[in-house]
Design a protein. Structure first.
Length: 264
């Protein structure tokens, strides 16, 4: 399995998938650079007039609700409808789920459009599943990823989506397997939009890897390991952000396999 995950990374580099992002404007630059670093190509677009055309040329779609407004919500619906029509995979990043009723209403609509994958922190996954009354603190999690496994299983069963819970331990839940990844570094939480970049990278992998669960594991492992390696030589979050981009671009098979900490 470990070698297979590395093969998926090289597949992304070789095939250079084009990823359409409707994402929050706080992180667009970071997200675009992360996609370029792994060998993919980004498009950032939310104009309603071109949503259908975008899904004809792009290989996958990211829906990130970080900076919501009604115009963007309509754009999201149009893009998802086109992605589903063209059989393109799409990722839902439920930023701040549970924080406001508006977000929850929008997320309920988007979930019913059947995302290929759902990726969020524990509080967001719990809020999506309405699993308990755990609250979201802004975009940060107030719960452990391990606390959200049952909620992830519910979402997987309900929507047939691969669910990725980010945290100190990243958890991937699908019909085929459940995987825990113990990579990364706590300093990564001090960089805005790391999760948004992870969701975009996930979309790139889903675009070229038919097995969505394996795509999710490989994508999650890649950014976590890049962060873990980079943190060893960084002075703080500023230099870490730059170093992660470099490592996403330059990581070798030996580095990846040496640092991968995976549980089935």
């Amino acid at each position: 399995m470990k070698e297979k995950l590395w093969n998926h990374i090289t597949t992304v580099r070789k095939q250079a998938p084009l990823v359409h992002n409707i994402t929050n404007y706080v992180v667009m630059n970071n997200t675009a650079n992360a996609l370029l670093a792994i060998g993919a190509s980004p498009i950032m677009s939310h104009a309603q007039e071109e949503m259908e055309a975008m899904q004809q040329i792009c290989n996958s779609l990211v829906i990130n609700i970080g900076t919501l407004d009604k115009y963007w919500v309509k754009s999201m619906h149009l893009a998802i409808e086109a992605a589903n029509k063209n059989k393109k995979p799409w990722v839902l990043d439920p930023v701040g789920a549970g924080a406001t009723s508006f977000r929850d209403e929008v997320l309920s609509e988007l979930l019913n459009l059947k995302p290929t994958a759902i990726r969020g922190n524990a509080s967001e996954i719990l809020a999506l599943a309405k699993h308990n009354k755990t609250q979201t603190k802004g975009v940060d999690s107030t719960a452990s990823s391990l606390d959200a496994i049952d909620a992830a299983r519910f979402l997987n069963k309900q929507y047939n989506a691969v669910v990725i819970i980010s945290g100190e331990t990243d958890v991937i839940v699908s019909n085929e397997l459940e995987v825990k990844l113990n990579n990364g570094n706590s300093l990564m939480t001090k960089i805005t939009g790391m999760g948004c970049s992870a969701s975009a990278i996930l979309a790139a992998f889903l675009a070229v890897i038919p097995e969505s669960a394996e795509a999710a594991v490989a994508a999650t492992a890649l950014i976590s390991i890049a962060g873990e390696i980079s943190a060893k030589s960084c002075d703080g979050p500023g230099s870490l952000q730059v170093s992660i981009l470099d490592k996403l671009h330059s990581i070798t098979e030996n580095e990846f396999l040496k640092h991968l900490k995976i549980e089935y």
